[in-house]
Design a protein around this ligand. Sequence first.
Ligand code: COA
Length: 706
Amino acid sequence: MENNPDVSYLFEPRSVAVVGASSHPGKIGYKVVQNILAMKYPGKVYPINPSGGEVLGIPACKSVTDADGDIDLATIVIPAKFVFDSIKECAKRNVKFVSIITSGFSEVGNLEEEKRIVSFAHDHGMRVLGPNIFGLYSAFSSMNATFGPREVVPGNVAIITQSGALGIAMMGKTLTENIGLSAIVSVGNKSDINEADLLEYLVPKDEVAVILMYIEGVKDGERLVRILRDATRKKPVIVIKSGRSKRGAVAAASHTGSLAGTDGIFSDVMRQCGVIRAESLDEALNWCKFLSKTPAPVGENGVIITNGGGMGVLATDACEKYNVSLSDDIEMLRSAFSTVVPEFGSIKNPIDITGGAPIEDYDKSLDAAMATPEVSSIICLGCETAVFDSDRLAVTLEKYFPGGKSKKPMVFSFFGGPKIDNCIAEYRNKVPIFFDVYEAVSCLGALYADYRNKALKPPVYDESVYDLIDHAAIEEIIKRVRQDKRQFLLSHEAAELMQAAGIQMPKTGVARNMREAVELAKKIGFPVVMKIVSKDIIHKTDAGGVALDIDDEKEVVDAYEAIIHSARAYNPNAIIEGIEVAEQLRKGTETIIGARIDGSFGPIVMIGLGGIYVEVMKDVTFRSFPLTSSEVMNMIAGIKSYPLLLGARGEAKKDIAKVADTIMRVGAVIYKHREISDLEINPLVVYPEGEGAKALDARILLTKSE
Ligand code: COA
């Protein structure tokens, strides 16, 4: 891309043109100009309309080229068929960014036109936001170049949204929820600018405390992963994803591929990046509101203060769900709360100030919690009782949230009649008070997720794994397969590749006569398995072409004769190339290890336990590669059947380190050799700790084009 302009010109343009500005109040071209003017954008505004005249009191230029100065941002609101020509005009006025609101491009199959626009824009030093968007609002330049709501509360939450309509609705919702925005950007078809470009600008900005992304599909995921991993160590990134498409699964050739087509990969990779995934729009906005106003906790010692056991138990369950740690330091709790909790209450967390507690007792307990440095966050709950003066609840809220901010992370949830409900309705946009305990705790969960992310050190990738692999040998194998015009590796080629990657497979060889079979078996070591090798016999077992558990030389001889005999009977015309003699693996725990180049995220790795765990339970985890050593262990521990690797029911612990090593090796192979699209070891038989693991079978596919 030539003269790639800095993204700051998109958020802080010195001048904005609206191509398609209209004086008809019903048109989008009118609304955009109206919104820009309403925010008192300080830069120069150029309405562009072929008839000239005025738009909302500003003289319109007949063409972008008539503008009396250069233009940093051009917002395009004319029908699709005219857009390309208008982009050509933009190039003449040194436009840096075009924000194409217009629909009718790749989202309706008109990909060619979209590509033509982007390619022209790039050739002329411009970048494209959209098309098919509602525009962007940026508090950095007091600019609302959208056709969303006119009124926006400036603040410290930045939103990036793929859905336009939903984004407009979110803009409206931020207003009703009192969430201040530093920016909201609609990315639409992401023909050029995507989330990664925008994050590069937003993450370093002090004015941005929280980032929310609504994503339907990921483009350029490898770069997005890199940026997100870094971003989440600095500030919370919340994501909502829809479109749990199974389309990828249909086309995929391996387990790794078919399972990757599901939502699992997105979830796992986002978790790996430290992104906090919200389950609903409401939850996401609650988190934005809470995280943008709440101080960071100083530790992981939460306390629950409640007047009822039931609410306390509900909150404890919610804490488990949302990963909020509660203090069980009984000495600390006693010293903090024993003077404020009645004798028949409880100072074990939840702190139960009992059903007889008036609101004043809440204040005493909250004062105690605030004054105790070890208490890092507070969940304050209540059921409305006859002795609880609901009218006073507002006073308490004001007291602990002066100016809408508390000194420690604190959430409230009260349950009761109309007075309580009215108080919550009145205060819910000012302080974190919720109707539902789970909503309250989910906010704290997001806060702690961010707290833990920020404590992480920058990821360290162990580059030495690349040196463990014979890359030249792998290139040589790929070359041979390409020469043969195949996309899949034959089993002996896959075995060679495994060897080059340092992944053990059973020892094997092909015997052309009985004597060779005996020699091979002796060399490999008993027990062995024997299999017919013939291109004409695909279903070897049906043809009686397989013998297992061969323990000595005599059994090799017997098996050899039996296999040849059965194979001839099965297909008298089959050309028999020989008999494969292979090491018979001892039983172990069967896992599946995969690596592939994912259409969205680039190199990814997968682990699952074999058999029903993958087939039925879809119990697998994914990660983007490269991986740190702790992430690969987290990935393995992430499968539900992990206890089987740890050694359930008195079985020995399995060689998990070898599993991790294998994942790193397949990841390294796929990362360095991009011509390999899919690599799957199924099964990797894992032995007890210290005894290693062996790949029984490997399937490897190359990308379509060379
Ligand atoms: N340069 C400048 N202005 C031009 C122009 C050009 N090359 N060609 C046309 N115009 C003017 C028109 O004359 C008109 O002005 P007018 O009202 O004074 O006559 C104005 O631009 C708009 O053109 P018009 O033909 O009236 O289109 P429209 O307003 O009905 O629709 C879009 C234009 C972009 C809104 C429409 O094509 C569209 O894509 N709508 C969907 C938008 C959307 O949903 N985006 C995704 C949101 S999430």
